[in-house]
Write a protein that binds this ligand. Structure first.
Ligand SMILES: Cc1ncc(C[n+]2csc(CCOP(=O)(O)OP(=O)(O)O)c2C)c(N)n1
Length: 608
């Protein structure tokens, strides 16, 4: 099989168009097979096959830097840069990461997976290459979705201003998770769909080729000339107003045409956008036919999950509160907003991949009398912390943050774990933070959050399946819930999804004659003063959370006990301050001593 013979990009040279088409088929097959087995980003990678082949034939990676915005579409790049043999272990502990990874390959320059950063990296690298006189190209591949993020505009503006030499490949499939929300995208689509424009452009090109003084140049840099001449007839395109040359659009599945465009762009000095049109999910019928997200990824809302509890409750609250509006940053499906959007289409707002804007816009909505709720993954809210603190917090606005995928998330690796939210959100004055331990608690907390109108509220839950509990096992308001009353040797506090493991530890200890008091604190801030008073009567207190150990929920408990001069030893169990690679969440928890056995072991050590 040709794919197995590709040990690096150099093996792509000298291939016939037929061989390249075969290679594209084999790559698609490998992507579908592996993602069906291990999950991951299907649609985005299927759409980028020909584009990636063309990029690696035109540029000399890693001498030239090929940078992938977000990085979720880099599977093909991995296969073409010597990693075909390992591809079957994608996203598995010890196997390939689902994003570019510097530890894996010199061909991977950046690896963060949060969107819209690539133009800034590109600007930086191009500045450095320029300073070193090295003739190295910088190529930044960015999707139409990622281009909706504010940082991408900042990068574009600065690239245009500085004139740095960067080839920007706009991989436009009209989708992010859902159809991309952007006026810019709309105007690009207009270009694509407008036959008059296309005909006129063809005519202009024809005329241009006949003008003698342009003749020679036309053959060397046809596309540049077209763009230059087009400007005489067309209102300047968005990019060109910013000082960035625009070329396109090109069929992103036609390797020869993309290669020609990239070659021309490479010759050009200064920043240039090569606009390629691709089809998300290309070559796989279920993905092509999925009209919400073209199987962007393989995750979906699981029955009985925390997300399902949120989704269900949101619709109920929407009925009761006409002022409630839900906001998403380009992820309506994964955050569970689709049922709400279906019922209240005008009250569900997709802002694009723009978390910072979402938060400040929510502040404005709250000021104007709406009740905004932002549904977002914990890891992506971190990007908007300044807005949470100074726009929502300082103005005391009752914005509700619903944080999904908090804690250790697993196969998406370092950038996707939601382990900073508790540290950060608990520092926002006036913020109430809930950590639900069950499906039913989410419902209760969302209802209670609607009643808290003098400041922001955050409710954070994890990706996994939620515990289902009876009515008498649900708390209310800002109260903690005591689950077991033990002797006063030790009190255990299990925050949110860590409650079942904490109870498991209490069982193990009970079998050894250690009878722990166990609490579900429910509210991370403000801590329930009655709970603090009660645990202060214990000799030892052990807190368990799935976020950073330093500065998080347990640290708050320790402080509260300290303020009371409580005479008890406190052990805070949580995640260490390090970048945690991908792996199975249960294994990662166990590795940090955050499973029942590990918690019990920490308690024994403390008591000894
Ligand atoms: C800051 C941030 N918010 C949300 C996401 C989640 N996310 C991952 S990929 C994606 C869509 C990207 O769309 P696009 O750039 O067009 O790439 P495509 O998958 O369509 O090729 C989103 C919203 C993210 N990675 N980063």
């Amino acid at each position: 099989m040709l794919l197995d013979a590709i040990t690096g990009p150099e093996d792509l040279q000298g291939r016939s168009p037929e061989e390249l088409a075969d290679l594209a088929d084999q790559i698609r097959h490998a992507v579908i097979e592996t993602v069906n087995e291990h999950g991951g980003h299907l649609g985005s990678n299927l759409g980028a096959v020909e584009l990636t082949i063309a990029l690696h034939r035109v540029f000399r990676s890693p001498h030239d830097a090929i940078l992938w915005d977000t990085g979720h579409q880099a599977y093909v790049h991995k296969m073409l840069t010597g990693r075909v043999g390992d591809f079957g272990r994608l996203r598995q502990a010890g196997g390939l990461s689902g994003y570019p990874s510097r530890a894996e390959s010199d061909h991977d320059w950046i690896e963060n997976s949060h969107a819209s950063t690539v133009l800034s990296y590109a600007h930086g690298l191009a500045t450095a290459f320029h300073a070193s006189d090295a003739r190295r190209e910088v190529v930044a591949v960015i999707g139409d979705g990622a281009l909706t993020g504010g940082m991408a505009f900042e990068g574009l503006n600065n690239l245009g201003h500085s004139g740095r030499d960067v080839v920007i490949v706009l991989n436009d499939n009209g989708r992010s998770y859902a159809p991309t929300v952007s006026k810019l995208s709309e105007s690009l689509v207009k270009i694509r769909n407008n036959p008059t424009y296309m005909r006129r452009q063809a005519k202009i090109e024809e005329i241009a080729e006949r003008i003698p003084w342009v003749g020679e140049q036309i053959h060397r840099g046809v596309q540049m000339s077209k763009a230059a001449i087009r400007e005489m007839w067309e209102p300047s395109a968005f990019f060109e107003d910013l000082g960035v040359r625009y070329m396109g659009p090109f069929d992103g599945h036609d390797i020869a045409s993309v290669e020609e465009a990239l070659q021309n762009a490479k010759e050009f000095e200064g920043p240039v956008v090569v606009h390629v049109l691709t089809q998300k999910g290309r070559g796989y019928a279920p993905a092509e036919q999925d009209d919400v997200k073209n199987m962007h990824d393989t995750g979906s809302m699981k029955e009985g999950s925390y997300t399902a509890a949120f989704s269900e409750t949101l619709v109920k609250l929407g009925d009761q509160h006409p002022e409630l509006v839900a906001i998403t940053a380009a992820m309506p499906d994964s955050t569970g907003l689709l049922p709400f959007r279906e019922r209240f289409p005008d009250r569900c707002i997709d802002v694009g991949i723009a978390e910072q804007h979402a938060v400040t816009a929510a502040t404005g909505m709250a000021m104007g009398g709406l009740r905004p709720l932002i549904a977002v993954y914990a890891t992506f809210l971190t990007r908007a912390f300044d807005q949470v603190n100074l726009d929502v917090g300082l103005h005391g606005q009752p914005v509700i943050f619903c944080l999904d995928r908090a804690g250790i998330t697993g196969p998406d690796g370092a950038s996707h774990h939601g382990i900073l939210d508790l540290v950060l959100l608990t520092k926002v004055p006036g913020m109430t933070v809930f950590a639900p331990s069950s499906f039913q608690e989410i419902q209760q907390m969302m209802e209670d959050a609607m009643g808290l109108t003098d400041g922001p509220v955050a409710i954070r839950w994890s990706r996994g399946k939620a515990a289902h509990v009876a009515d008498n096992e649900i708390g209310s308001g800002l109260h903690a819930r005591m689950i077991r009353s033990g002797d006063n040797s030790v009190a255990l506090l299990g925050f949110g999804q860590m409650l079942p493991a904490t109870l498991g530890a209490a069982d193990l200890l009970a079998a050894e004659g250690i009878h722990a008091t166990v609490y579900d604190p429910r509210v991370v801030t403000p801590l329930d003063p009655e709970m603090i008073d009660h645990i202060a009567t214990h000799e030892n207190v052990v807190t368990v959370e799935d976020g950073l150990r330093i500065g998080g929920a347990g640290a708050g408990v320790r402080d509260a006990l300290g303020e009371r001069d409580a005479d008890c030893r406190v052990r805070v169990l949580g995640v260490p301050t390090e970048y945690i690679p991908h792996g199975d969440p249960d294994d990662i928890h166990a590795g940090f001593g955050l499973d029942a056995a590990g918690i019990a072991a920490s308690v024994r050590k403390l008591l000894a």
